[in-house]
Design a protein around this ligand. Structure first.
Ligand SMILES: *[C@@H]1O[C@H](CO)[C@@H](O)[C@H](O)[C@H]1NC(C)=O
Ligand SMILES: *[C@@H]1O[C@H](CO)[C@@H](O)[C@H](O)[C@H]1NC(C)=O
Ligand SMILES: *[C@@H]1O[C@H](CO)[C@@H](O)[C@H](O)[C@H]1NC(C)=O
Ligand SMILES: *[C@@H]1O[C@H](CO)[C@@H](O)[C@H](O)[C@H]1NC(C)=O
Ligand SMILES: *[C@@H]1O[C@H](CO)[C@@H](O)[C@H](O)[C@H]1NC(C)=O
Ligand SMILES: *[C@@H]1O[C@H](CO)[C@@H](O)[C@H](O)[C@H]1NC(C)=O
Ligand SMILES: *[C@@H]1O[C@H](CO)[C@@H](O)[C@H](O)[C@H]1NC(C)=O
Ligand SMILES: *[C@@H]1O[C@H](CO)[C@@H](O)[C@H](O)[C@H]1NC(C)=O
Ligand SMILES: *[C@@H]1O[C@H](CO)[C@@H](O)[C@H](O)[C@H]1NC(C)=O
Ligand SMILES: *[C@@H]1O[C@H](CO)[C@@H](O)[C@H](O)[C@H]1NC(C)=O
Ligand SMILES: *[C@@H]1O[C@H](CO)[C@@H](O)[C@H](O)[C@H]1NC(C)=O
Length: 615
């Protein structure tokens, strides 16, 4: 028996004169202690006298629509994270009928339209509403919980639930069937809050920005491509401010960093796609997150939370209606636990600009890869390299980027000098021009010449940029020197395998980085490392989770586990080859689907949190 409590939500829209018109923005109900959101628009009507017989009290009764033809397989419904046995108050069988001996109450009326199978709420008038389960964002991964208005625009979800955080509403997966046209039907996606979505405000991680500008009138192309493929956008996600790198203690002044679910639950999420990483690693009910990677903002959160995450080749999809950090470096990337869903989402988002191809390089070049399994993290890395080498029947060579550059370019400065300031210069010069300038002007115009609040990290970086006499053109010239050399050497294209070689470097090795430690004053990201190669050479750079290794937690005083990951690079434009290779490695059991929760390998309840919410 489902015990149901209902709460109607009505918004008051002021009309002219003294009359006020109320329109429903949906309802929230609770069934056996689980909260649901009912969208305002009914999905259909079931007419018939026996509907009324269901009502003793309360405005809604939970029922199940069965697609059926005389069979009702409860086990397939039980796998869904929205449906529960409380929806067995009555069944509506779309076609045919159940056997006479079935113990269910079967409604005899007829529906106004073909109904998708799954859980619904019916009222005494026979109106049927979809059931969207409300999950609490206990890890603080979202800035705003959203719901589609059905006309291409979105609204803030008008519902809450217990959990001290936002409620996120997700529809039953039973409603959706993936098709060639809608390959992401029912796939639940979170969007970093630097991408505009029509009808919603964007924060860019800054409170003043959120309130200064009106709701967006357009949806950013990467988001629109996901929506067009059937994705269900469930919310906007936490970003460090203006997508600059921030760490949890002290830096995140305007908004709080999301919580990394792995290990002791108090490790830094990395940034800037903090919410996308934390949400995807925490919640089984969330499939994919859209982040952005300028200098590592998708890769960092994927590495420290054990997820599949990609920095794509530069320029695959327009970043209109998206906040820029540096347009010459900015890229939209996806984070996921399951490489199959990840690839489907990428195909939808990048469209014809990626080509899935399944001829692979037979040359692997490694950058600072361990050669002995002298600790558990290195053992995973050594095994992975061995497995991939064997799978591809490839040859492996260690490659030293700075040494090879020096050997090939004896007349040029060392690579570490050429590249030392390039990233910092491009992001600060471009962001001050494209973001700070209009922001400060618009804010001053509205608030009598005042300056808006900005976090310490972007302020320190912008201030450094103001002092530099080097131009964006000089930065691009240095970037071009490196890209030109890289794409004719270790990241060269190949006619047969797209990329001449596969380049591997170490992602993460279970090193603790607790979020409660005060670090240095905010600084400027100088220097060059393996993670800057893809940034400067515009090549794809994908993170794959390999497993986990133990560390001693300063938080719990106990041994805990953190992710170990690898990065794979290839020539520019070979994103489709990498997606295909990773899917094959997954099918061969060399890489595995990551699990949500405390561990990416074994799952488990996040520390300090009830397991029931994770599903
Ligand atoms: C009813 O549909 C299910 C699922 O589509 C199918 O497996 C089953 O064979 C069908 N049963 C009958 C009696 O047609
Ligand atoms: C119900 O009847 C069907 C045949 O119509 C039979 O196969 C099935 O075992 C019966 N189920 C129960 C619970 O008696
Ligand atoms: C593919 O790339 C081109 C050139 O950058 C761009 O104009 C186009 O919009 C992209 N296609 C998609 C589906 O984003
Ligand atoms: C691997 O290296 C060996 C020895 O250097 C060479 O003979 C062989 O052709 C190489 N194989 C591939 C696939 O490059
Ligand atoms: C790469 O070569 C440089 C010299 O150019 C050296 O300083 C560095 O230690 C080498 N790196 C590795 C990983 O061997
Ligand atoms: C990089 O630039 C910073 C800031 O100017 C400087 O302190 C550092 O020594 C430079 N490093 C190299 C390798 O040039
Ligand atoms: C460009 O490279 C030169 C060395 O060739 C270096 O002195 C300069 O700082 C670099 N500038 C930028 C913006 O990267
Ligand atoms: C910019 O240069 C001025 C003058 O040299 C100096 O006082 C200030 O600290 C510099 N600002 C930053 C952010 O480097
Ligand atoms: C290599 O890099 C140079 C400089 O950015 C660029 O002009 C050229 O198109 C690139 N070639 C390939 C094959 O990517
Ligand atoms: C944890 O600390 C103990 C005691 O210092 C040490 O023996 C053990 O190796 C450490 N474990 C890890 C995973 O670092
Ligand atoms: C990967 O390599 C390790 C070590 O050689 C081996 O034990 C394991 O079976 C391999 N895994 C797969 C899926 O091939």
């Amino acid at each position: 028996m489902g015990f149901i409590q209902a709460l109607g939500i009505a918004s008051l829209a002021l009309a002219t004169g003294v009359t006020a018109a109320a329109s429903s923005t949906g309802f929230t109900v609770s069934v056996d202690g689980i909260d649901y959101f009912l969208p305002p628009k009914a999905a259909g009507i079931i007419s018939g006298e026996d509907v009324k017989a269901l009502f003793e009290d309360g405005p809604f009764v939970p029922i199940t629509v069965v697609a059926g033809n005389g069979t009702f397989d409860i086990s397939s419904y039980s796998l869904d994270d929205v449906w529960q046995t409380g929806f067995l108050e009555a069944l509506y069988v779309q076609s045919g009928s159940l056997p006479d001996n079935s113990s269910y109450t079967v409604l005899s009326g007829s529906a106004s339209s073909v109904l998708k199978p799954g859980p619904y709420f019916i009222n005494a008038a026979g109106q049927l509403y979809e059931a969207w389960r409300l999950f609490s964002d206990v890890q603080g991964a979202f800035t705003e919980s959203v719901t589609s208005n059905g006309d291409g625009s979105y609204s803030v979800l008008p519902a809450g639930t217990v959990g001290q955080k936002l409620a996120i509403a997700v529809p039953s997966r039973l409603y959706y069937t993936k098709t060639a046209d809608k390959p992401l039907a029912g796939v639940r996606v979170g969007i970093k809050d630097i991408y505009d979505i029509k009808g919603l405000r964007t924060s860019n991680g800054n409170r003043a920005w959120y309130w200064l500008y009106p709701p967006a009138e357009n949806t950013a192309p990467p988001v629109q491509n996901l929506i067009d493929a059937g994705a269900v956008i469930v919310g906007k996600q936490i970003t460090s401010q203006f997508a600059n790198g921030e760490t949890a203690t002290a830096d995140w002044v305007d908004y709080h960093e999301a919580f990394n679910p792995r290990g002791d639950g108090y490790q830094d999420t990395s940034s800037s796609s903090s919410g996308g990483g934390a949400g995807t690693a925490s919640y089984g009910w969330l499939d994919v997150s859209l982040g952005s990677d300028t200098g590592g903002s998708v890769r960092g959160p994927s590495q420290v939370q054990g997820l599949f995450g990609n920095r794509p080749s530069h320029g695959l999809v327009s970043l209109e209606h998206t906040m820029p950090l540096s347009p010459v470096l900015d890229t939209p990337g996806l984070l996921a636990r399951d490489p199959v869903v990840w690839t489907e989402a990428a195909k939808a988002m990048y469209g014809p600009n990626i080509t899935i191809s399944s001829t692979y390089p037979t040359k692997i070049q490694t950058l600072s890869w361990p050669t002995s399994a002298n600790n558990p993290a290195n053992a995973l890395l050594v095994d992975f390299l061995g497995n991939v080498t064997e799978y591809l029947k490839a040859n492996v060579t260690a490659y030293n980027v700075t040494a090879a550059f020096a050997a090939d370019n004896p007349t040029l400065a060392p690579l570490t000098r050429i590249m030392n300031l390039t990233y910092a210069l491009l992001i600060t010069k471009q962001q001050t021009e494209l973001v700070r300038k209009p922001f400060y002007a618009d804010y001053a115009a509205k608030y009598d010449g005042r300056r808006p609040f900005v976090n310490p990290v972007p302020l320190a970086r912008w201030g450094w940029g103001d002092n530099q006499t080097s131009t964006v053109e000089e930065g691009i010239a240095n970037k071009t020197i490196f890209m030109d050399w890289a794409n004719s050497t270790f990241l060269a294209p190949s006619a047969s395998a797209c990329s001449d070689s596969l380049v591997l470097y170490v992602g993460s090795t279970a090193r603790a980085n607790p979020r409660n430690v005060y670090l240095d004053e905010p600084g400027v990201p100088f220097g060059f490392s393996s993670s800057r190669i893809s940034v400067m050479a515009e090549v794809p750079d994908f993170v794959v989770p390999l497993g986990e290794a133990a560390y001693n937690s300063t938080i719990t005083g106990h041994v805990e586990f953190l992710p170990v990951t690898a990065n794979l690079m290839a020539a520019k434009g070979c994103d489709g080859m990498l997606f295909s290779l990773i899917e094959e490695l997954h099918a061969a059991g060399i890489v595995k689907t990551a699990l949500p929760g405390r561990s990416g390998v074994t799952g488990g309840e996040i520390l300090l949190r009830r397991g029931e919410m994770m599903y």
